[in-house]
Design a protein around this ligand. Structure first.
Ligand code: ZN
Ligand code: ZN
Length: 156
């Protein structure tokens, strides 16, 4: 599935507008966190991001990484996922709009997919209940098609 090119300048602008509007401090560290995220084309959790940034020589505290992820989620630059049994994962909303996730219940492998018939169900359900649909999040719990390639078995 092709992902969209990330427009870091537009993301920075969106973030700056949000911080100003909500009167949050506009610190350089927060933009460095965003810049690092924009370079990742995948899901990540807060600790992975913190470790990556520190290994790359960025002097950003764990607390700053966590609070920045919170702010980026509040202004819809990031989507936060709570996959079963995992710490919260994040990804850029612009990365792959409206996709959903299938997760292997054995090994935790996550596969991303896009199926527009799910959008149609979302729109119909919301309209039937008199709401305006904005977005949705669907997780399908499954098991790997081949037990031999399931990472759960591979790790035994
Ligand atoms: Zn995803
Ligand atoms: Zn599996």
């Amino acid at each position: 599935m092709p992902t969209q090119n990330v427009d870091l300048e537009a993301l920075n602008q969106q973030f700056a507008d949000f911080l100003r509007r909500k009167k949050y401090r506009n610190t350089q560290e927060r933009y460095r966190v965003l810049e690092r995220i924009a370079a990742l084309d995948r899901h990540f959790n807060a600790d992975e991001l913190y470790l990556e940034m520190n290994q790359a020589g960025e002097r950003v505290s764990r607390a700053t990484v966590y609070s920045t992820l919170d702010l980026l989620t509040k202004c819809n630059i990031l989507v936060k996922h709570r996959f079963q049994g995992e710490s919260a994962h994040y990804e850029l909303s612009s990365r792959m709009p409206n996709h959903d996730h299938l997760m292997c219940m054995e090994c935790g492998r996550i596969v991303e997919f896009r199926d527009t018939s799910i959008d149609a169900i979302r729109d119909r359900v919301a309209a039937d209940l008199g709401f305006k649909p904005m977005s949705h999040s669907l997780q399908i719990f499954a098991v790997c098609p081949n037990p031999l390639t399931c990472e759960f078995n591979a790790g035994e």
